[in-house]
Design a binder for this molecule. Structure first.
Ligand code: IMP
Ligand code: MG
Length: 178
């Protein structure tokens, strides 16, 4: 059965309000520092773009790309870096910005990888949390929304590369289980 766009889970207005709150919290916590915000490609691009415009701190940006494991590598938790940072993060205050935490494998791999580069601090800001599906514990420092176990698209999140441009977050009916 083909997939199709289902109900809106989080509206454009709800996202905007929550992103403003997150931006305020980030700006307050990083006041007097110059954090490096690292967006995880490609899903976090829309969120990151909105988030930085709600803060008034001298934040700089960089990006990192990670591969989603296939079904066969899932159990091993193997994740690959497909696009690396363009700057060194040694001694920097790094804030990872991610779209969604599902099993937690991707973000934990990324954390471990970035930690080996000796940042001064390393925190995580995630727009969405599907806690029901967690397989590894993940400390989320800034969280937008906890959501139930549905596959969602929009506001940067995709299915097969599509739907990233939706201004809201919707459930994908007959989509992957997550
Ligand atoms: P994890 O390693 O299982 O936590 O997977 C996280 C990654 O899977 C995210 O960065 C997303 O790219 C993708 N993902 C997980 N759930 C969804 C979803 O509901 N919609 C779109 N992408 C998702
Ligand atoms: Mg992602």
């Amino acid at each position: 059965m083909g997939h199709r766009l289902g109900r809106v889970l989080i509206t454009q207005e709800e996202i905007a309000e929550r992103v403003r709150e997150l931006g305020k919290a980030v700006a307050r916590d990083y006041a007097g520092r110059d954090p490096l915000l690292v967006g995880v490609l490609k899903g976090a691009v829309v969120f990151l773009a909105d988030l930085i415009r709600t803060t008034d701190i001298p934040a700089t940006l960089d990006f990192i790309g990670v591969s989603s494991y296939g079904a066969s590598t899932r159990a091993s938790g193997v994740v690959k870096i497909t696009f690396d940072l363009s700057v060194t993060i040694e001694d920097r205050h790094v804030l990872i910005v991610e779209d969604i935490i599902d099993s937690g494998r991707t973000i934990n791999y990324l954390r471990r990888n970035l930690q080996t580069r000796h940042p001064r601090s390393l925190r995580l800001c995630a727009l969405l949390d599907k806690a029901e599906r967690r397989e590894e514990e993940v400390p989320i420092d800034y969280l937008g929304f906890s959501i139930p176990n549905h596959f969602v698209v929009g506001y940067g999140l995709d299915f097969a590369g599509l739907y990233r441009n939706l201004p809201y977050i919707a459930v994908l009916e007959n989509g992957p289980t997550g």
